[in-house]
Design a protein around this ligand. Sequence first.
Ligand SMILES: Cc1cc2nc3c(=O)[nH]c(=O)nc-3n(C[C@H](O)[C@H](O)[C@H](O)COP(=O)(O)OP(=O)(O)OC[C@H]3O[C@@H](n4cnc5c(N)ncnc54)[C@H](O)[C@@H]3O)c2cc1C
Ligand code: SF4
Length: 484
Amino acid sequence: MLKFERVKIKSEDPEDRVKTFDIEPVIGYTDNEAYAEGSRCIGCNICTQACPASLDIGGYVNSTAVHDPGQTVKIVFENLPFPAIIGRVCTHLCEDICVLYDTGGPIAIRHIKRYAADKFQDYSEVIHLPKKKFIGKTVAIIGGGPSGLSAAYYLSIQGVKVTLYEALPVLGGFMRVGIPKYRLPHDVIEKEVGFITSQGVDVYLNTKIGQDVQFEEILKSYDAVYLGIGNHKPRMTGTPGSDAQNIMHATEFLRRTSLGENINVGKNVVVIGGGFTANDASRTSIRLGAENVYIMYRRRDVDRPGYPSMNADEEMEETMEEKVTYVWEVTPFEYAKEGDRIVEVKYWQNDMVPEGRGRAKPVPKKDKILSVNVDFVIEATGQESDYSFLGDQYMRMLKLTPQGQTITDQNGMTSIPGVFSGGDSTNFSRDLISAVRDADTAVLGILKYLNVMDQVNEEVLPFLDRWKKFSPMSAKMAYAERQK
Ligand SMILES: Cc1cc2nc3c(=O)[nH]c(=O)nc-3n(C[C@H](O)[C@H](O)[C@H](O)COP(=O)(O)OP(=O)(O)OC[C@H]3O[C@@H](n4cnc5c(N)ncnc54)[C@H](O)[C@@H]3O)c2cc1C
Ligand code: SF4
């Protein structure tokens, strides 16, 4: 039986890192650490089953173990053009299912990927793409997040002419304007996005479809369209007092900070919510100078979004190291104001009432009012997709789930012929790797729809399901079992 331990990853001191946005919490592996960690892998590839993008994980971990990080990068690029980004912020469910979990710890798959990707400043040193020729088809991509960018990459390298429209002044979507740069440095994003656009993608920034260019015009001008529009319409709670000046939705707060604004949050900040976004908003507040930051969530810690997973535990650990306080099982019911500013968040403690097989239901105990003083309130209470750019005619044609997700067929095509979709607006996982998976599916779907499969270069087509079919629940079940 293998007994040797996972090579520990080193971290920066929380006291230093909270002073700046420029220190990543995790310090990457050295050469020897990466080789040693890689060589623990037995290559069973069970982990692939938990990877939405179906990466050949055993293959690329082994390449690093034999001192060939270039091959690691090449294997990742088969399905995913963001090894350094995903190597930092992936939800890494593959590790939750790794067979070595109880034998020294799961292989540090994410850190190995980051190590290999960071070895190359320019991927053209290792990714040698076959010469392409224009195959006579054009595709418009709406949205420059990971999903739109992945689709742009895999279509472009097949010789499709891709034009990408992005409403913001920067590419990257939530990688660039959601995830703060202490977790995902901007130069890392620029390197990977730059490699994608250098494949001949025409990019229009500051161009909102539905406003600057009409959707109908796009439909007429291109042979197919990919929607990678994400979820950018904030959902606010509407708690009394929400009309104050010192409250903001977390995505606006993180976007403005990522684009360089220095928002004055004061000393005391309350963040409402419990997922990725709440944690990032709280840690961003600390870096902006807040001294007391509370994350208020209406359910128990085990009910928080993303749990059970190693990623959710690591995220909470890092947040607590930075002295953020979690306040579980509470219902904020009033933002008490002085003038146009919130000065106090009033809340009730909840009882958690079991409900069949579902999550326990929070029921506020209204007999006792609790409160906390506050200078700034951030609501990380979710967001939804904004389909208004489609106009009435196409909006009526687009089939959505009751939760507002775009419904697609097995090829990624929506109910509007020739319009494909993926990413946060379409899947329920709402993470980067699933956004990439959707793009991989749609790339194959688009090539089939365009009737050009006889012209494609199979060597650079993304794989969908490799040896084991992707199972979204497999990792969660494995992790939950291990916590018992
Ligand atoms: C704060 C935060 C932290 C996160 N942390 C993680 C993490 O650690 N790990 C992880 O895996 N996932 C994380 N996620 C989730 C992840 O970022 C998303 O799942 C992923 O970015 C979704 O990709 P996407 O391409 O579908 O959409 P997005 O990244 O949202 O990109 C969509 C793009 O479309 C553009 N757009 C929308 N409408 C139009 C239009 N009409 N015209 C032109 N452009 C348009 C938007 O401006 C945006 O740039 C996080 C999300 C947030 C908000
Ligand atoms: S499950 Fe673990 S040991 Fe097996 S291939 Fe994946 S990383 Fe290696």
